[in-house]
Write a protein that binds this ligand. Sequence first.
Ligand code: GDP
Ligand code: MG
Length: 303
Amino acid sequence: MEPELLLPDDVPAGHRCGYAALIGQPNVGKSTLINALVGQKLSIVTPKPQTTRHRILGILSAPAYQIVLLDTPGIIEPRYRLQEAMMRNVRHAISDADVLLFMADATRDTPDSLGLSFVGERPSFLLLNKIDLIRQEDALPLAQVYLNAFPFKEVFPISALTGFNLQPMLTTLLTYLPEGPPFYPKDQLSEHPERFFIAEIIREKIFLKYSQEVPYSTQVNVVTYEEREGKKDMLHAEIVVERDSQKAILIGKGGSALKRIGIAARKDIEAFTGRPLYMQLHVKVRERWRSNDTFLRSFGFEA
Ligand code: GDP
Ligand code: MG
């Protein structure tokens, strides 16, 4: 019938709401941007690429608008099934988006090309990030290289780290979003439950401690998380690896390595939830889980 009647009373006339998907190669600064905009450590940031596997939503709310930010795992060429599942998540983010934010690293010598195949499916912005690391005048020729490859609707040199130019970018972004009521309650920062962030914090500690092989073969699952009145919260998490040798490395001599990961993760989880925590970590071997559709599905990927 009358669609106006479905709008909540407190939505001002002209309220805008929509999705913006962040596209870009690993390490260009996507997570840093989301964190800067949403103002909370939602998506983990580490110096290593590909640490964000799941699509993560950050939600930016103000009385007059709501922008739902879709973070995507870095654009990569799929080498095995896990990466194919990651690329499917990227495609979903793109098909949901009103605007694509294509982020590039201004300090790289060669322009990113892989993610460029996605722009054009939606109105696209070029965000030239890490502008704090180069001279302003060097940004222009670089922007031109990208503009020659694709006619972006808007170009913004930004620094996700210092916040430079983020406000003008957001103001412009709003003009590309449709008018409509908010999708989420205005006090909600993210669609993901706490469990997701808890698993990400543990994974971050593993990434920071080990190089190449171990982290990329690792999945963290929160088995149970219990809030307990007057007692420490209780967390049981499992770390899944592909081989016995990886399990041995993660556990370390007499359990020392696992213990250090646990202590570091517990501190951050306590800071995140604001409550004291008792944590149990177990390491499990699931042979070749990254190539197994059933495991991938049970870990929350769309295999
Ligand atoms: P993602 O893989 O695209 O999510 O990239 P991250 O957000 O994890 O950032 C990768 C690295 O680049 C981290 O070490 C960030 O601190 C750094 N970084 C991100 N944005 C900026 C920026 O604007 N300036 C500088 N100097 N460093 C940045
Ligand atoms: Mg990231």
